[in-house]
Design a protein around this ligand. Structure first.
Ligand code: ZN
Length: 465
């Protein structure tokens, strides 16, 4: 399964400069694209012929892997208000029994599902650092190792974002007992990042960044200390933050600072293309324009944001301002870039009562426009050279099955429109990460074993509940 595929041949491919026929892609020993030839009607004798359409693989900009094991457990009406904060209480109770072994098994199952859906990389927003009960492990990176092992075993590209989290609310409010597993001060966080950098050099498999949990969880000095720590170790490492998911959070930020969260962040930090603002849901017009101008990525998680009742991101205003976005599966209520893009467009149609709202000026196909933008934004958010098929980029690909009744006979952009708006199944046949096949004919080589480990983990968690 990890045999490098040196030369690929596709009847049709979506390249950086548009659709092309009879494409031959040569991959170097590092898993990058060496060169591309179009209109190659006679492929090289050693070329591997693909049974479908070659597309760039998608980077998933936002994941909390452990939440994969609790999907569907918070869909029951309770006596308290059922909102994001009630869901968070369910999540806090659930994670109490998750240690490194459980985390690795859950992450591996999730990452296989991501690959099969067409995600070739993932940014893991990792805040579950300490042991159940909150005690520190002897090795501060114990839980990070579990995530890395899960990703490495499966073969998805991982951008690891250890999360800095110290407080429970604006004004440096002390964290509660259920948050003890997440917490670091600046010095301990620095030791964690240093240890991870020493243990795992940057590679095609693993990229290092960091996350600030939210403006609730760090005060201004800690925020700057955390960012400086990352910059000292990884000057171009991605920096992610949950920024404006909830209206209550926006209101609390206004009371505390006199500013809205995005406005405050843009005024107090050097927000640039290394940043990803996850759940920038509640943006006013001015914030849309300023965030777009910063070149930072808005990390959108439409299915999770819908599931949690967060609100709708103002995608029309943001994209018209030239904003960049990436997709995240976040709580994993859905693990599918297609469903995220479909809901992103449909949310805007239902709001504005019009169609084809997120097509670009130069790209009238909504599917092609959204898929291309999410590819670029996703690669930027993960800090990897991916998202387009061009010489020098990573060989992160999917092969789409165009011999499917929904996709059959569809011309180029129509293929993406049909896939994103009409497909009833993933349609992803093969998946390659950095030049190695990870999914072939819809299957991962270790998927049975990984699923059995996941089932055993769920049984254990249920027995402890
Ligand atoms: Zn999140």
């Amino acid at each position: 399964m990890t045999k490098p595929a040196k030369v690929l041949y596709a009847k049709r491919a979506m390249l950086a400069d548009g659709w092309a026929q009879d494409v031959q892609v040569t991959i170097d020993d590092h898993g990058n694209i060496a060169h591309i030839e179009k209109n190659q009607t006679t492929p090289d004798f050693n070329a591997e012929s693909l049974q479908g359409v070659l597309l760039p693989g998608m980077a998933n900009c936002h994941s909390h892997a452990f939440q994969r094991a609790m999907v569907g457990l918070a869909e029951v009406r309770s006596s308290q208000g059922d909102d994001f904060w009630g869901w968070r209480d369910t999540m806090y109770r659930f994670l109490a029994a998750i240690g490194p072994q459980e985390l690795q098994a859950i992450a591996a199952q999730l990452y296989v599902e991501m690959l099969k859906a067409g995600y070739t990389g993932v940014a893991e927003f990792h805040y579950l650092h300490h042991a159940p009960g909150g005690a520190c492990y002897d090795d501060p990176a114990e839980m990070s190792h579990a995530i890395i092992r899960g990703a490495t075993d499966v073969g998805i590209q991982l951008t690891l974002l250890p999360v800095l989290y110290q407080f429970s609310d604006f004004g440096s409010v002390a964290a509660g007992p259920q948050q003890q597993r997440f917490l670091h001060d600046g010095e301990r966080f620095q030791r964690l990042l240093e240890q991870l950098a020493a243990s795992y050099p940057n590679s095609q498999q693993l990229n290092h960044g960091m996350a600030l949990h939210s403006l609730r969880a760090v005060d201004e000095p800690l925020l700057h200390q955390g960012v400086a720590t990352l910059k000292g170790l990884h000057p171009n490492g991605p920096i992610h933050i949950h920024i404006a998911e909830q209206e209550k959070e926006v209101a609390a930020c206004l009371v505390h600072s006199g500013q809205r969260p995005v406005e405050w962040l843009l005024d107090h930090c050097n927000v640039d293309e290394h940043w990803c603002l996850v759940h920038a849901t509640h943006l006013n017009k001015r914030e849309c324009e300023r965030l777009a101008a910063s070149k930072a990525v808005a990390g959108l998680c439409p299915t999770t944001e819908a599931n949690l009742g967060d609100g709708l991101f103002p995608a029309v205003d943001f994209l018209h301002s030239g904003g960049r976005f990436a997709l995240g599966s976040d709580s994993h209520i859905s693990v599918s870039p297609v469903e995220e893009l479909r809901l992103l467009e449909y949310g805007q149609r239902l709001t504005h009562k019009r169609r084809t709202l997120l097509a670009g000026e130069a790209q009238p196909s909504v599917g092609a426009s959204l898929y291309s933008q999410a590819l670029r934004g996703g690669a930027q958010a993960l800090g990897i050279k991916s998202g387009t098929i061009a010489a020098g980029m990573r060989a992160d690909f999917i092969v789409l099955d165009d011999n499917d009744p929904t996709l059959y006979g569809k011309h180029n952009d129509q293929l993406l429109d049909s896939w994103i708006f009409a497909s009833q199944r993933p349609n992803v046949k093969d998946v390659m990460v950095a030049g190695c096949w990870k999914i072939q004919d819809g299957r991962h080589i270790n998927e049975e074993q990984i699923q059995q480990d996941f089932f055993r983990t769920i049984d254990r968690l249920n027995n402890q509940a």
